[in-house]
Design a protein around this ligand. Sequence first.
Ligand code: MRU
Length: 355
Amino acid sequence: MGNNILDFDTVCLSKDGEGIEIIDQTKLPGEITFLTLRTDEEIWRAINILQVRGAPAIGVTAALAMYVLSLKMPKGSYEEFRKEFTREKEYLDSSRPTAVNLSWALNKMDAVVKANEGMAPDDLIPLLKEEALRIYREDIEVCHAIGENGLTLVKKGDGILTHCNAGKLCAVQYGTATAPIYLGQEKGYGFHVFCDETRPLLQGARLTAFELQSAGVDTTVICDNMSAMVMKKGWVNAIFTGCDRVAANGDTANKIGTSVVAAVAKLYGVPMYICAPTSTIDMNTPTGDQIVIEERDPDEVTEMWYKQRMAPENVKVFNPAFDVTDASLIAAIVTEKGIAYPPYTESLKKIMEQE
Ligand code: MRU
């Protein structure tokens, strides 16, 4: 294997067609390791411990997973196959709660099974493969279109701040929030990008800074508590982040700390742009209050990354993985179908109604 992650898909079907190949993101940036996931437990764990992560990449993984797992499902009858399919779907759906792309992709795959009621499993499996590969290919096209739309919001030489990793590593290619940056890079825009390190799992420092630097983008890592300073200094012209779920009113769940960035951006007059494939927009969730926020292991805050524990034993820890940015703090939501502006209840509805 080569050693530039930009040359590889973050997630794809393995060469033998019976597994899912991913770049193990828990090992980056120190080691570029590829894993082939074959069993439901391997796939569940890879999503849960963030070997594969980021809303779109989780969705593509889930779609490919349902195809790969279907190869080993009982093939005696449609009913038997469907029962096992539903069990695996529900199992994978429990791996992480916040990113809607997981259930979105699982439901798309499930729809293929439901739409072909009574079909022999051997005939259904190729249809599942087709759908999984469609979701995979669509992810690449969608991210590219988000990049083109996002690029219209910035100009040459701009400073851009991003939080977490909504980069190539959160999708198959391009990423969402980094798509305008990569397209701009190709066109000589000369952006300089500030990457919040993103405590506690450091997706900004470990992943975003790594991939942007590999692509030759002028990249600076800052601790999360430094974003106000760089904004006050006037070094940031726009903020681009990704998201895990956009509610119908524009409230947006993304990596913990995003709402702090948005509040500070409002204070300093920096536009906060959320990059969202329409698969991340959940019109069934009316506002951010209904979004389930994942809480993770306290050790991620107190011990991980440190040589020795950095908080007293047994101290209480609150470790939510995401927060919700109020729609009022968001200047625009950039999708593959166009840019939604406030009021989001209307603009998102229009975008979702488009073909
Ligand atoms: O916990 P993670 O690393 O999966 O969180 C990812 C994020 O918060 C991303 O910003 C989000 O999924 C958007 S990726 C387009």
